[in-house]
Design a protein around this ligand. Structure first.
Ligand code: ADP
Ligand code: MG
Length: 704
């Protein structure tokens, strides 16, 4: 349970004064929380930092006010000059004065009644805003603040300015942030006192206050002490959560799994190719891990097309040789079915019994699969999240392989761990996203890592070209020729505002257009189709019955149709670099020459141009990942936007790399001293974990 002290922060935004449904919606768009299914909470405001400041401390007399600068001036209201009726382009002027001169407050499209109330003739007011010189007349167009003298102390002399979204005023954002900050209580200190004083950091409460009340431009820098402290807090929460997961996984006793090599031998004999050196090397590492009594927890990194599936199969074969079972979990049903297809082929040749369990296997069929599983009559169970559901009991699960892990969150990894718990199941996680070192640490903790550095021999580089969308006609013509020569092509349609439904519409429109030209030779898959429809389309494409597959990013990971050699990506400028790399990885998988065409809509932003260039220059996933990290920052590289894994809100990588290693060391020390987080600092650290929503980790503690 989340500690009471945090309750006010996790309340709904509409509990704030002045925030109704309309503003709540705008704030939600502004804060765009990635966790909690996009539901914004007050705590999100706490981590939405000002991006600039306005200094209102200059308090000149009117005659001393400097045009171009912000001034806060005490004036007397002398007269109102409303524009003549119907003359909307002439502003409403309020003439003010003090003993040194006069100042015009200028309002376009004014509401006269409101201004008369706000600035009554003969009264004294404090006005604050930018001074302008308009043909020798001093003006203040649309003052930022108009106050009565008695309200002067409510004027933020140094006003924080928050990043906004269309329709949301700075005033509303500031008021909301102020209220959010006011809801924060003085939390128990979770940082080590010596470390705090060494860094010269204040308490969390003071740091939050400081961040929201910057006194100068310097306070806005990520290197300001207050922001550093908050970054470190977030990184520590992250590292602590990962360390807890890892500890728990390691604590479960492992098992020794030794095979006699017979199944592997059969598999190798039936492969139409030799393993690469990388594949052989990685197999050696996995084999050794499995033979150890400790639990295997290994991450297999291999760029798209590097041949991870065969490695998974051989690893699972070790489990089968030892008389146990293996599970292979894929992030989508599409991929699970594809794995089933590949592995069933091997199954026929080698006697491995393979079955599939996804959300679609229901009722009697599901019951039969589960029975067979429990009796040990299934050697490899392939599936999606459904593998974790209640009632899925293996007879003896020795190895779980998780494919394309970046789509899974920490909680799913925990569920798997719970599932396979008692048997000490070894875990092999495979990811196609080459992960920069820093991100490895933040997303996986200290997992053992194997890498497939080499691609299968005979692969030709994919010829990658960027073209403006005006060339669509040319591309269709060329596609026609290529298809006539037996080629197959993917046609990827753009992401529309991260909405599956809109994606589908875009894909359907393109599908219709391509059909008009290519007739029945085109198939379509998108996220809104049923599993069965997707299968049919994919299968038609995989078996060469259709030449063009129009798709959304559902085909981003894992899909393997070696005969497909053309990849067209529409609105390539809207995709992230890693995503483009994954998509391109769908071609160039066979020995034929492949092409990738990045269609973009000009003009390109600088970042979009950099992305497309990077893609044209290299096919090295590691280089691309580093570049992506540089261009976009952490979470998105791993696709955490989609997976719901919390992103960093304060910290950023690689900027905070040093803090990250300090946080990692600290997390280790903490758990060595107080593994259950039950001592004074440990209890405070639990609050930290809740604050940054790493609660899953707390469930791993005894006294959760
Ligand atoms: P990924 O790492 O992207 O999952 P896959 O396992 O899907 O890659 O392999 C990509 C393609 O390369 C598949 O068609 C697979 O059969 C083939 N492949 C795998 N290993 C080799 C190898 N050693 N030599 C030649 N082709 C291979
Ligand atoms: Mg794969």
């Amino acid at each position: 349970m989340r500690p009471q002290i945090l309750t006010p922060l996790f309340a709904d935004l509409k509990e704030l004064d002045g925030i109704g449904p309309r503003l709540q919606k705008l704030l939600k768009r502004l804060l765009a929380p990635t966790a909690r299914q996009g539901e914004a909470k007050i705590v999100d405001l706490l981590f939405h930092f000002p991006s600039s400041v306005i200094d209102r401390r200059a308090r000149p007399k009117i005659a001393e006010a400097v045009p171009g600068q912000i001034a806060t001036i005490r004036v007397e209201v002398a007269e109102h000059n409303a524009p003549p009726r119907g003359q909307r382009r002439i502003p409403y002027r309020v003439i003010c004065s003090d003993e040194t001169g006069s100042l015009e407050l200028v309002f376009f499209h004014a509401n006269a009644a409101y201004l008369e109330k706000q600035l009554p003739v003969g009264q004294t007011r404090i006005v604050s805003g930018r001074i302008e010189d308009y043909g020798g007349r001093l003006q203040m167009p649309h003052p930022d603040h108009v106050l009565e003298e008695a309200e002067l102390d409510t004027l933020p002399l140094i006003e924080p300015i928050y990043p906004l979204t269309a329709g949301l005023s700075g005033k509303v954002a500031r008021k909301a942030a102020t209220q959010a900050v006011a809801r924060l209580a003085d939390l128990p200190e979770w940082q080590d006192a010596a470390w705090l004083s060494k860094q010269n950091w204040s308490s969390f409460l003071d740091a939050v206050h400081a961040v929201h009340a910057p006194q100068s431009e310097a306070d806005l820098l990520p290197t300001s002490p207050a922001r550093l402290r908050l970054s470190f807090d977030e990184l520590l929460a992250n590292q602590l959560a990962l360390a807890l997961v890892r500890r728990r996984l390691k604590k479960i006793a492992g098992r020794v799994t030794n095979g006699d090599g017979i199944v592997r031998q059969k598999i190798l004999e039936s492969l139409p190719f030799e393993l690469t050196h990388s594949q052989t090397h990685v197999m050696g590492e996995i084999e050794a891990d499995m033979a150890e009594p400790a639990r295997m927890l290994r991450l297999l990194q291999g760029d798209v097309g590097s041949g991870k599936t065969v490695v998974a199969l051989l690893a699972m074969a070790i489990a089968i040789e030892a008389g146990s079972q293996a599970a292979l979990m894929a992030p989508t049903e599409l991929l699970a079915r594809q794995h089933l297809k590949t592995l069933s082929e091997f199954g026929e040749k080698t006697g491995i019994r393979v079955a599939l369990l996804t959300g679609r296997e229901k009722g009697k069929q599901r019951g039969e699969i589960l029975d067979a599983l429990g009796r040990g009559e299934i050697d490899i169970l392939i599936g999606t999240h459904a593998l974790f559901q209640e009632g899925v009991e293996f007879k003896d699960l020795a190895l779980a392989v998780i494919d394309e892990q970046h789509r899974f969150g920490v909680h799913q990894r925990l569920a798997l761990q719970a599932k396979s718990g008692a048997g000490g199941t070894d875990i092999l996680v495979m990811t196609a996203t080459p992960i920069p070192r820093t991100l490895l640490l933040t997303h996986y903790g200290d997992m053992e890592v194997s890498k497939l550095l080499e691609k299968p021999a005979g692969r030709k580089p994919v010829a990658t070209r960027a073209m403006p969308v005006e060339r669509l006609g040319d591309i269709m013509d060329r596609l026609d020729v290529a298809i006539g020569n037996g080629a197959q092509a993917y046609w990827v349609c753009p992401l529309v505002e991260e909405s599956d439904v809109l994606d589908a519409t875009a894909a359907e429109e393109r599908f219709a257009a391509l059909k008009a030209r290519f007739g029945e030779n085109v198939a379509l898959v998108h996220g809104q189709m049923s599993g069965g429809e997707k299968d049919t389309a994919m299968q038609a494409f995989a078996e060469g019955e259709v030449s063009i597959l129009v798709a959304t990013t559902v085909i981003e990971v894992g899909v393997d149709v070696p005969n497909a050699t053309i990849m067209v990506i529409e609105h390539a400028e809207r995709f992230g670099l890693a995503q483009l790399h994954q998509l391109r990885g769908r071609v160039g998988r066979g020995s034929g020459q492949s092409a990738c065409i990045l269609l973009y809509k000009p003009p390109l932003t600088e970042t979009a141009r950099a992305r497309l260039n990077a893609l044209r220059e290299t096919e090295d996933g590691f280089k691309i990942a580093e570049e992506d990290l540089r261009l976009r920052g952490g979470g998105e590289v791993l696709g955490t936007r989609q997976s719901g894994m919390p992103e960093f809100r304060v910290a950023a990588l690689p900027r905070d790399e040093e803090l990250l290693s300090a946080a990692r060391d600290d997390a280790r020390l903490i758990l060595n001293k107080d593994p259950e987080l039950s001592e004074k600092r440990g209890k405070a650290l639990r609050v930290l974990l809740y604050l940054f929503e790493r609660d899953e980790a707390i469930r791993l503690l005894k006294a959760g």
